[in-house]
Write a protein that binds this ligand. Structure first.
Ligand SMILES: [Zn+2]
Length: 369
């Protein structure tokens, strides 16, 4: 961890040698990654290595109490690694970490990062107003800090991945949905509602297809895995034949996925190619907006659909940015794939915790002064 940032752990915390400030640099942390389907917990070392992990289906439909119980149980399971015989642990003998100092929580948005509350995730309606950070703090006796999964992923890529040392970065994840996050001058950009950087809901096509959020023509409605699958179902229902119809005959219309559409395009199916092309154009249009609005040095693109498409998705976006974005950012901007895989939100909890502990220590110092 070398890059200084506006509120990073390496920034001097004026007048403070308190526990929080000291703990911010060398100690492991506990991490929670709450997705729509999986809840994962990990012990993350001070170098970003995952030292122990536990995972269960997140059962988000069972409501807040069940979720909090599960999170507590998984956190207790991974934190026992520090007490166990080194032979049991995923840690080399002699390298057993010190006790973890805090809990970082990455969760599906929207969230209130200051209050530590999950607000009203459209993909998990049963989780309304869940005070996950204060509640885990109370149950486990450690400070706990929450942010939206895409913000945490961006912090992870910034600390250990594709955006190391870069202060102005936009992160996009293209999978079932599309999420985003913005790092400006080394600091996450939250906005007063904590929802800044929700780039999946950029408007790319007036009167375009309906989005999960209720509006129309958003990037996510066209270029996400769910958007691609919906367009394919519509094409089949409208009587389109070809490989998409064959996939529906085989697996049923409900199972038609973006992976099927991409495979059909690979195999030369014209309807599938049109749908994928529409998705790539929408993504490219969004990247032009991103370049003009945020003037980032780097755009990092993660997520399963982006991984599957690779340069097929990124190249048209690079070209569109060069030809249609404002000249200076358009010429300079790099668009690269994410470097961290599935663990990005667990690993990103480390810089999240470091930043927040440093801020907490600075506020305490100011109050004392
Ligand atoms: Zn939307």
């Amino acid at each position: 961890m070398g890059e200084p940032s506006a509120s990073g752990a390496d920034a001097p915390v004026v007048g403070v040698a308190g526990a929080a400030a000291g703990a911010a640099t060398g100690s492991p942390i506990l991490a929670i990654d709450l997705g729509a389907t999986r809840l994962r917990a990990a012990l993350v070392g001070s170098d970003g290595a995952v030292l122990a992990r536990a995972e269960e289906l997140s059962a988000t439909d069972r409501g807040p109490a069940a979720l909090l119980d599960l999170a507590e149980r998984l956190i207790r399971a991974v934190s026992r690694t520090t007490e166990r015989n080194p032979g049991d642990a995923l840690v080399s003998p002699g390298a057993l970490p010190a006790a973890p100092v805090a809990i970082g929580i990455s969760a599906i948005g929207p969230v209130d990062p200051v209050a530590g509350v999950i607000l009203d995730p459209p993909n998990a309606p049963a989780l309304r107003d869940v005070p996950i950070a204060p509640e885990l703090e109370r149950r486990l006796g450690l400070p706990a800090f929450l942010d939206r999964d895409t913000n945490v992923a961006l912090l992870g890529e910034h600390a250990f991945g594709a955006a190391r040392g870069v202060a102005d970065v936009v992160y996009l994840t293209v999978s079932t949905g599309i999420g985003g996050a913005v790092l400006a001058g080394g600091a996450l950009f939250h906005g007063p509602d904590g929802t800044a950087g929700e780039l999946g809901h950029l408007l790319v096509e007036l009167d375009g297809p309906p989005c999960g959020c209720g509006a129309r023509g958003h990037l996510e409605a066209i270029a996400s895995g769910a958007g691609i699958a919906r367009a394919a179902r519509e094409a089949v229902r409208a009587g389109g034949g070809g490989l998409l119809a064959a996939a529906v005959d085989r697996d049923g219309i409900g199972r038609l996925s973006a992976v099927d559409v991409a495979a059909a395009e690979e195999a030369g199916d014209a309807a599938a190619a049109a749908i994928m092309e529409h998705a790539r154009r929408a993504f490219a249009a969004a990247l032009v907006v991103v370049a003009d609005v945020f003037d980032p040095t780097l755009v990092v693109v993660g997520g399963s659909v982006a991984r599957g498409q690779g340069d097929r998705l990124l190249d048209p976006a690079r070209e569109a940015v060069r030809s249609a974005a404002f000249r200076a950012p358009g010429r300079r901007l790099s668009i690269v794939p994410a470097a961290l895989g599935d663990d990005v939100c667990l690993v990103g909890c480390l810089p999240l915790v470091r930043e927040r502990l440093a801020v907490t220590a600075a506020v305490r110092a100011e109050t004392r002064a």
